[in-house]
Ligand binder design. Structure first.
Ligand code: PLP
Length: 344
């Protein structure tokens, strides 16, 4: 791999970050805080939150088994995705490589940052070959994006191929494991110490049921985390979000319970879909959704909308012709979807 000095944008490498009042004094012993021009009234919301979210990271360290020094927290995974471009890619010069189809934000953020996005088509099993991904790279390729389990396809990407990419690519490999809580596969976040060029993304939006609080995680070598911290907004995760996340982390077994229920429902829903005459096949899934090949995705989608049931129409995505992406809902919601489809 190239050195971080070679991979980080020169202006970011030399950046002297904003130093907030909370950065300059972060101890807890003091009791008179007259340093941040805050209002002394309206406790506790009058105070700026911890810019590095230390209490929250201490809890995440235990649940995710990643040292706090290897954790970045942001306003959703969205922030961690955008920061990857702002830290590593020079607009108009550098490029990134990604699997195709995959999560749409990698390309949107590339476009916003004026960075060339090079999609590499998956095979008919929605798998990659490391060789093909690496062949799409040149000297200005700074990032390879891999989403596993992948969205919208639902499947895990082949572990040996990912490992080859991690070992052979000279730049940063970002593995988005937003759905890994639903999978039996060993997550790559537990392999951080083997790869200095690896960033793993996780989120509170899926298994943790907290999409509204906007909390995303990036796990990486502490040197990468330090670069992220230099570039992020000083108080990027607000106090309400930090508190709510800590509440959820106190009861991880509640999340485990919900995951088990959703996986049972997934099996039930998939087998019912297989019996629908309008369903031509279900792709293998390791996530809380599945991709279903239908006779006519657009017509079925419109029909469901009319009934107040919204699924994701992916028919115009590469390799997903006539596919609907179905998120697993509650028992009642899934039953309503099935009953509507049986009447189609
Ligand atoms: C849903 C999803 C996320 C979550 O993004 P947040 O900004 O954390 O809500 C991240 N990656 C993928 C692939 C997703 O499908």
């Amino acid at each position: 791999m190239k050195t971080l000095e070679e991979l980080v944008r020169p202006n970011i490498l030399s950046l002297k970050p904003y130093s907030s009042a909370r950065d300059e004094y972060s101890g807890k012993e003091a009791h008179v805080f007259l340093d941040a021009n805050e209002n002394p009234y309206n406790q506790p919301f009058n105070r700026y939150p911890d810019p590095l979210q230390r209490d929250l990271k201490a809890m995440i360290e235990k649940v995710k088994q990643v040292p706090a020094s290897c954790i970045f927290l942001g306003n959703g995974s969205d922030e961690a995705i955008d920061l990857a471009y702002r830290c590593f890619t020079r607009p108009g010069i550098d490029n990134v490589v990604a699997i195709e189809p995959t999560y749409g934000m990698y390309k949107v953020c590339a476009d916003i940052n004026d960075v060339e996005y090079r999609p590499v088509l998956l095979d008919e099993h929605f798998q990659i070959s490391a060789e093909k991904l690496l062949a799409a790279c040149d000297d200005n390729t700074k990032i390879i994006w891999i989403c596993s389990p992948n969205n919208p396809t639902g499947n895990n990407i082949n572990r040996e191929e990912i490992t080859k990419v991690l070992e052979q690519f000279e730049g940063i490999v970002i593995i988005d494991e937003a759905y890994s809580d639903f999978s039996q596969e060993k997550p790559f976040r537990l392999e951080l110490r083997n790869y200095k060029n690896l960033i793993v993304l996780n989120t509170f939006s899926k298994a943790w049921g907290c999409a509204a609080i906007r909390l995303g995680m990036a796990f990486a070598h502490p040197e990468i985390i330090n670069i992220y911290n230099k570039v992020k907004y000083p108080y990027n995760v607000n106090l309400l979000t930090q508190q709510k996340a800590m509440e959820a982390l106190k009861e991880p077994y509640e999340t485990d319970k919900v995951i088990r229920i959703l996986l049972q429902e997934r099996a039930r829903l998939i087998s019912a879909f297989r019996d629908l005459p309008i369903c031509e096949g279900i792709y293998p899934t390791d996530a809380n959704f599945f991709l279903a090949k239908m006779t006519d995705a657009q017509k079925i989608y419109d029909y469901l909308v009319n009934k107040g049931i919204i699924v994701r129409n992916r028919t115009r995505i590469s390799l997903c012709n006539n596919c609907l992406r179905i998120t697993i809902g509650t028992k009642t919601e899934n039953a309503e979807l099935l009953s509507a489809l049986r009447q189609y």
